[in-house]
Design a protein around this ligand. Structure first.
Ligand code: NDP
Length: 249
């Protein structure tokens, strides 16, 4: 008897945390759709995965999460290729190039751009996969948030607020889709080494944590794998920080 291969979509999968999560799903035997706005890095990431994991089933799809038609094309491409969607990891986000400073100096256009990618982008993805998951009567939606919410990380308030809004989204998604055996949860990375911080900054922040070493992208993959698995079927509308300790929900 053949087992149906599970299908996971990971947004922002060309690099960093999304790439690590996509690699984990590939290793765990999922068919993985890697979606990202950066098509060049995306092709490189998929080529690397195929080289690393001989039997990897992975499909790169160029995606702009801020565009609902683009997200709809991602969902259509996934269903055309694999026939189902078991897991959505809504990971694409912006933070590296955001301005730092007092909240009253944040330019309205930057506030809107941040919410457009980090908040509306996650809404677009969850809304686009929901009909397919409802039809299947099962699914897992995992939002990548940020421990900046629990820390009340200031001087980048546009980012912290855009991620905090996802808590409300995640809870409502979980409530509306629970009767269809679909869970929605949120993983909050702490400051993670994905190229946006100097080694000194990372080590300095790690010193303020219970576990005083630097978080890597691979450290995020275990909880995501668990939340995607059948073992987590009664866990929904929950948040978990993967930050070395010191943040409380
Ligand atoms: P990276 O910037 O390394 O990777 C994010 C990926 O998402 C990039 O490939 C980026 O493309 C892509 N992306 C950006 N905008 C869009 C879009 N509109 N549509 C589709 N893809 C897009 O981020 P990280 O891996 O560091 O972070 C991943 C997630 O984790 C983010 O949501 C982030 O906010 C969150 N997080 C990260 C932390 C950290 O310390 N690293 C801490 C807490 C949370 P491009 O490079 O071209 O912009």
């Amino acid at each position: 008897m053949s087992t149906i291969q599970k299908v996971a979509i990971v947004t922002g999968a060309a690099r960093g945390i999304g790439q690590a999560i996509a690699r984990r799903f590939c290793r765990d035997g999922y068919a993985v759709v890697l979606a990202d706005i950066n098509s060049t890095e995306l092709e490189t990431a998929v080529a690397a995965l195929r080289q690393e994991i001989a039997d990897a089933t992975c499909l790169p799809v160029e995606l702009d999460v801020t565009s609902r038609p683009s997200v709809d094309r991602l969902v259509a491409a996934t269903i055309a290729a694999f026939g189902r969607i078991d897991v959505l990891v809504s990971n694409a986000g912006i933070w590296k190039d955001l301005s730092r400073g007092p909240f009253w100096q944040i330019a309205p256009a930057e506030w809107q751009r941040t919410f457009s990618v980090n908040t509306e982008g996650a809404f677009n993805c969850a809304a686009a996969v929901a009909p397919q998951m409802i039809a299947q009567d099962c699914g897992r939606i995992i939002f990548i948030g940020s421990s900046s919410i629990g820390e009340a990380l200031a001087h980048i308030t546009q980012y912290t607020a855009s991620k905090a809004a996802l808590i409300g989204l995640m809870r409502c998604v979980a409530k509306e889709l629970g009767k269809n055996n679909i869970t929605a949860n949120m993983v909050h990375p702490g400051q993670t080494d994905t190229g946006g911080f100097t080694r000194e900054q990372l080590e300095q922040r790690a010193k303020s944590k219970f576990i005083q070493s630097v978080v890597t992208a691979d450290d995020l993959t275990g909880i995501v794998a668990f939340l995607a698995s059948p073992e987590s079927r009664f866990i929904t509308a929950q948040q978990i920080n993967v930050d070395g300790g010191g943040v409380f929900n």
